[in-house]
Design a protein around this ligand. Sequence first.
Ligand code: SF4
Length: 345
Amino acid sequence: MASAKENLKEAVLWEANGDKKVRCKLCNWRCVIAEGKSGRCCVRKNIDGVLYSLNYEKVCSANPDPIEKKPLYHFQPGSSSFSIATMGCNFRCEFCQNWQISQMVYEDGRIDGQAIGPDKIVAAAVRSGCKSIAYTYTEPTIFMELCNDCGRLAKECGLANVFVSNGYQTVEAIDFTRDWLDGINVDLKSFSEGYYKRLCKAHLKPVLDTIKYIAKETNIWLEITTLLVPGENDSDDELKKLAEFIVNEVGADVPWHISRFHPQYKYLDSAPTQVKALERAEQIGKVAGLHYVYVGNVPGSKSESTFCYNCGRALIERIGYRILANHITNCCCPDCGTKIAGFEL
Ligand code: SF4
């Protein structure tokens, strides 16, 4: 008879916690898990006093995407990123845009996916002309074992690696990725603990700590995204505090993406974000001193393009995820010579 451990990958970043319990150190829930039980994310299980990943090689999405879709606008612009995910999440956002793959493990215990190993993922990325692998759609922290194996192999093959994350990883988890993670987009969903608690069943402070740690203590390229939900996180006061946090605690060069909300999952009684609300948020970001503020999910908006914050020259012209022109020269504005921050611009 097959053992429960067969075909399972032992988890990274955990420790024994007495009585066959384990403590997971991957994300800031730091779950203490009894024998036979799973952590809050439902994809890490204690079997016989050892923590295992239940979603290793259970890939539920794998396809090339424009890097702009992550969104990462200052990272290898115009390139494709081979984007993978497994099922599960450590948040419970009521408006999750990918709830079919992030929340189904929690709702009915399903962990669907194909057994595609790191070698096949990296080979497919190279074959499709991608310059990076993106760990995205669901929270990459909770499939860290696959990210780690894949990320190391990708580096050997000359590819970069990027995360699209909710920012709940521990310092230990960030340090664990240092050798192979090149870029990250972190969701800063709101600047209110009440919002995180009520709508995401999570907390704000660990996310702020992650953002600061990545910006100050690592070389990982960072961009930040805020989904603007009408009436929930879009007051002038909150947006001002959030933008000032980025400028003062993270850096004016960190791009801020303000993204348009569409009703999803359990949060269906709201209209999509109005364009004028996005433009108001953009203005607040610029007044706070941010160098690069973008409006997302509004194809055709001028605010999809990159402009020199010093002289106003158009630098990367975009329509949707498509790059029409990239005028950046030697990482600088061709008109005034101002250095433009980013990764392989
Ligand atoms: S990844 Fe986070 S939620 Fe999942 S078991 Fe570890 S600490 Fe808990």
